[in-house]
Design a protein around this ligand. Structure first.
Ligand SMILES: NC(=O)c1ccc[n+]([C@@H]2O[C@H](COP(=O)([O-])OP(=O)(O)OC[C@H]3O[C@@H](n4cnc5c(N)ncnc54)[C@H](O)[C@@H]3O)[C@@H](O)[C@H]2O)c1
Length: 310
């Protein structure tokens, strides 16, 4: 690999399995020392062992992201093990999928605490350290198509992920002078999280058997393994991406994409302002054809029964 992270130090939250483990392994393979974080101690240790077995450097911090104490412990571990911090990847996540009217306070708080607060507290601790350290840095946040478009049954998750992209854009402004870039990866991959989606059960089973995935899955559904997503995190962690900040970048399977910032698609003015009747009239003449769709639009997944049967 021409991208070299030798001498750099990275934290990856939620890296005991799935995408986080792939990010941790790829960052370590590129030369970085990695702080592996997860709530599952055995899983975190497996990631550390795999990195060390491959000749890399890694330490584990077993703690839930969300509280500021965990964020401080992660930065302290990076400093102690690898002499500083260069890269933070806020990947840890949970789902509590329910429609709005069945979402409990506890569901909502759990998802927000892990994704939104976990991203905030870790990024704040990293920003304090990176600014003091004075050699720039990389903060890679993790969004989701659900946050970009809204998704049926994902009130808390969509809110958290949309908020994370908004924080990436905000922090890119605040940290630019310190040479710290902040971007959001919008990944899609077959993991424990997606294997539970009925549409993808057959695809997940085929992937776990090591079978190649059809082109419609890898391209139009942007779905492959975690290893298909990790190269974007390595690039965003590197000096090569120094000019890229405040972006939401999609990756999965064979697909790489860049999201727009929400923008006005129709604009009109009325001297003296608007009343409800004038809005009603303008709606038909100016805006009706611009109505925005909600939800993740995917093409039908007409897969052959073989080799994707579960
Ligand atoms: N898989 C996808 O297609 C997809 C799509 C969009 C976004 N994402 C996001 O990517 C990230 C990783 O997802 P994944 O598919 O690998 O999921 P996963 O469930 O396989 O892995 C998530 C990991 O986070 C850990 N974790 C959960 N709560 C934690 C906490 N409070 N502190 C520390 N670790 C915690 C879990 O133990 C687990 O190891 C998540 O933020 C997820 O929302 C995934």
């Amino acid at each position: 690999m021409s991208i070299d992270l030798t001498g750099k130090s990275a934290i990856v939250t939620g890296s005991g399995q799935g995408l986080g483990r792939a990010y941790a392994r790829a960052l370590a393979a590129a030369g970085a020392g990695v702080v592996v974080n997860d709530v599952n101690g055995d899983a975190a240790q497996e990631t550390v062992d795999a990195i060390v077995a491959g000749g890399g450097r890694a330490v584990a911090v077993i703690a839930p992201v969300g509280p500021a104490e965990t964020a401080d412990a992660l930065v302290a571990a990076a400093v102690e093990a690898f002499g500083g911090l260069d890269v933070l990847v806020t990947n840890a996540g949970v789902l509590r999928d329910r429609v709005l009217w069945k979402t409990t306070d506890d569901d909502f708080d759990t998802v927000i605490a892990t994704h939104l607060r976990g991203t905030f507290t870790c990024a704040r601790a990293a920003a304090v350290h990176l600014r003091e350290q004075g050699r720039g840095g990389r903060i890679v946040l993790v969004g989701s198509p659900a946050g970009q478009h809204g998704n049926f049954g994902q009130t808390s998750y969509a809110a958290a992920k949309a908020g994370i992209v908004a924080m990436a854009r905000t922090w890119s402004l605040e940290l630019a002078r310190a040479g710290i870039t902040v971007n959001a990866v919008v990944p899609t991959a077959i993991t424990a999280m997606t294997a539970t989606i009925p549409l993808y059960a057959g695809v997940a089973a085929a992937y776990s058997r090591g079978e190649p995935l059809p082109q419609v899955v890898r391209q139009e559904h942007a779905l492959g393994g975690p290893e298909d997503v990790a190269p974007l995190v390595v690039w965003l962690a590197s000096d090569a991406s120094a000019a890229v900040t405040g972006q939401a970048i999609g990756i999965g399977g064979d697909k790489l994409s860049l999201y727009t910032v929400p923008r006005e698609v129709g604009v009109t003015f009325r001297e003296g302002g608007w009343d409800a009747d004038a809005i009603d009239e303008a709606w038909e003449t100016t805006f009706a054809s611009y109505l925005q769709p909600s939800g993740i639009a995917l093409p039908p997944l007409d897969l052959p029964a073989e080799p994707l049967a579960t």
